[in-house]
Design a protein around this ligand. Structure first.
Ligand SMILES: [Zn+2]
Length: 325
């Protein structure tokens, strides 16, 4: 993820009362089908097990760095596909693709795309990147800048959260179909020409007729000092979904973690999806550690990440899904 220079810092200062004026989503299917559950009522759903989510996070970090070509990359790919088969997704697809990076290297990468209730026309798409950055280019010293990013927060956290929710999707089906896209090459870099590669590939190869109601992109969702402001491209492309997420977080008592202030514009996996016509919402906490010192650094470790933040975001996303999206 990259905050756009200039926009980010200045836009953070603006508090936008943007959400309350938006129309509430309709309860009944527009084609006269059966009513969805009342989105204003708490859902009867599996609890979000933050301990298990945390274990998924630490498992990923234990694989080692997870960029194309690293041994941990192959290990994690196998682990993810085994996982989605074990929780009985309707389908699990590995989407292999190659990318020639700016340095001339040909990279072999893979998205993982898993579907639950594949026949349900009402769908939402959950997205997280599973790769980690090759070099910690924001480390405070030269030695650190040659090290890979462990990616506890930037990589593993979003995947862990989605896996914990996916655990229950077959056993306790929510009112909407759910697709999971775990992208590769989001963070390869160092420049943006070699980033967001898996989401770009997916946007260029959408399944025929694929029209999820919206996508939620989860990135850096385990910062101990949780603060998920509203990202501006998301607000423009998916205002109703943004309102749903932030209103629900406030209703659930997580308003401090989900302030309605602006995060400015951020480049991330949601942008290619939006360009492909999928309304997409980026849920991200840009400030990781004191002065953002842990972002793209060797300190992006489980000891600097938070099980409680994973729980907060996981509860909001699970509640959203089980209320019908
Ligand atoms: Zn990153």
């Amino acid at each position: 993820m990259i905050p756009l220079p200039g926009v980010y810092r200045s836009a953070r200062l603006l508090a936008l009362p943007l959400l309350l004026l938006l129309p509430a989503p309709a309860c009944a299917d527009a084609r006269g089908g059966p009513s969805r559950p009342d989105p204003s009522r708490p859902a009867d759903r599996p609890a979000f097990n933050a301990d298990r989510a945390w274990a998924y996070l630490t498992d990923q970090v234990a694989f080692g760095p997870r960029y194309a070509g690293a041994p941990g990359h192959a290990r994690q790919l196998r682990w993810m596909t085994d996982f989605f088969a074990s929780v009985h997704a309707d389908s699990v697809r590995v989407q292999p693709f190659t990318h020639v990076a700016g340095d001339g290297k040909t990279l072999r990468m893979s998205n993982v795309f898993a579907r639950f209730q594949a026949d349900n026309p009402e769908r939402i798409l959950l997205v997280a990147h599973w790769d980690t950055r090759v070099f910690a280019d924001r480390a405070s010293d030269a030695r650190g800048r040659r090290l890979p990013v462990p990616g506890a927060n930037d990589g593993a956290s979003g995947v862990a959260l989605i896996m914990e929710i996916a655990q229950g999707l077959n056993a306790a089906p929510p009112p909407v179909g759910v697709d999971v896209l775990l992208t590769d090459g989001e963070d390869y870099g160092p420049g943006e020409g070699d980033m967001y590669l898996g989401s770009r590939w997916f946007a260029d190869h959408l399944p025929a007729g694929y029209r999820p109601r919206y996508a939620l992109v989860l990135d850096m969702v385990a910062d101990p000092d949780a603060r998920f402001e509203v990202e501006e491209r998301s607000r423009r492309a998916a205002p109703e979904a943004v309102a749903r997420v932030w209103d629900l977080a406030r209703e659930m008592g997580y308003g401090d973690a989900f302030p309605t202030t602006s995060a400015g514009e951020i480049d991330d996996d949601h942008v290619p999806l939006i360009r492909a016509g999928i309304p997409a919402v980026e849920i991200i906490d840009l400030d990781f550690g004191p002065g953002n010192a842990y972002w793209h650094s060797p300190d992006d470790l489980p000891r600097n990440a938070s099980r409680e933040t994973l729980r907060t975001v996981g509860e909001v996303v699970a509640e959203l899904i089980y209320r019908g999206g």
